[in-house]
Design a protein around this ligand. Structure first.
Ligand SMILES: [Ca+2]
Ligand SMILES: [Ca+2]
Length: 172
């Protein structure tokens, strides 16, 4: 047996398991939950599994292989659950935005309250940019246990930005 780094393998396995748990809960919010984490955990929401899916696009390098293109005025939202005690979370949005023209203004809200408005950036040129993903901070909020809604709305710009996923990470 050459288990030089058994600890590292264990960490990888745990990390993958947590990610899958978060994903499956995000995609099937009404499904029974078998795993209850003792403390605050990261929430990973694939845009394509959102509760108001608009259009879905296949992108090889996207998380889950898919994105949701948002045109001006379109809004993507998703549901997630917080367990344990009230916890401050930092929100981040990962997206692709090939350089076509003007950049979009993105409005991020949690439970109907806007937590950040920012102008997105180009992730690359008009070809490769759509397979290149960047992450921007999108505000923070202290969340009580229970169900929450996060939403992103696009305004202006050149007509398209593709949202890959949203993450909420507990802030220590
Ligand atoms: Ca754009
Ligand atoms: Ca995705």
């Amino acid at each position: 047996m050459r288990g030089e780094q058994p600890g590292a393998h264990a960490l990888v396995a745990i990390s993958i398991a947590m990610t899958l748990t978060a994903c499956s809960r995000a995609s099937f919010p009404a499904a029974p939950t078998a795993v209850v984490a003792p403390g605050p955990e990261m929430v990973h929401l694939e845009a394509e599994l959102g509760s108001s899916p608009l259009d879905i696009r296949k992108r090889l390098r996207a998380s889950g292989g898919m994105t949701v293109p948002l045109a001006p005025g379109e809004r993507l939202s998703g549901l997630f659950d917080v367990r344990g005690s009230q916890t401050p979370y930092g929100v981040a949005v990962t997206y692709a935005n090939g350089q076509e023209g003007a950049n979009e203004t993105l409005h991020v809200s949690l439970d109907g309250v806007r937590i950040r408005t920012f102008v997105d950036r180009d992730s690359g040129d008009a070809v490769e940019g759509w397979e290149t993903f960047v992450t921007d901070p999108a505000g923070s909020a202290s969340l009580e246990p229970g169900r929450h809604t996060i939403a992103i709305e696009s305004e202006g710009g050149d007509g398209c930005v593709e949202i890959d996923f949203i993450r909420l990470v507990p802030i220590n």
